[in-house]
Design a protein around this ligand. Sequence first.
Ligand code: PXL
Length: 269
Amino acid sequence: MTYPESSSPEVVMTVGGSDSGGGAGIQADLKTFSAHGVYATTVITAVTAQNTLGVEQAEPIPLELVSTQLKAVATDLPPAATKTGLLGRSEIVRLVAEHAFRLPNLVVDPVLVDRHGNTVVDDSVPDTYMQYLIPRAALATPNHREAALLADRPIEDEADMRAAAEYLASTTRTPFLITGGRLAPPHPPLDVFSDGIKTDSLPGRRVRSRNVHGTGDALSASIAARLATGSDLLLTIAAARAWVSRAITGAAGWKLGRGEGPIDHFGWA
Ligand code: PXL
């Protein structure tokens, strides 16, 4: 089949780690991009051996090979939007920042903690994000634990999330969406958006499901895919949040693996 040039799909690139279990990371981004009808390209920064129960091993890809992937993809298949996930080391955060001038609609999902809340990066990584990469992005989407590391202050509740979002956005001059899906009960799930001037609390719906692995990746990837076809940032965020909520609801009854299972990227349920 041939596509007339005018109907070629938009290209969206993801930079992140491979999740062998298919629920998060590069594999989840491929699914999310495909579900949104955009053409996915990938730059792999690390390979993890993991399943729904957890990560067994993680190996970084050498810096030079990450750099060559980035150049190969960005020069031949220029992305209309890019999402970053697990970058892992400061040198990779800086490498992506060096390419940012050719990466419009850059959505930075700073993966700094694992699903249990343990920090998975060196101490220098949050600062490197704040100094080099996030100021060049269209949006940053940390969860509340990652936002606490970036802002270097505790975040326990909505007031903390709002103050941190405003501080982070005004410091970097980049809009922030702090996600609070895993805020400790009794707090309802809540995301907070700030562009440094106005700050909005975006309440969510609590869906009872153990299958929430990769929800953060799905949100940032959905936002990147939607920005590629160009629309307003706040409307994009609202549409992406609704899409993720449907994907969580769809997979609530799934029994894939013995641990935290994946979400329903394609609306199968
Ligand atoms: O969900 C964050 C994430 C990103 N990338 C990789 C991951 C995870 C979480 O498990 O494994 C590769």
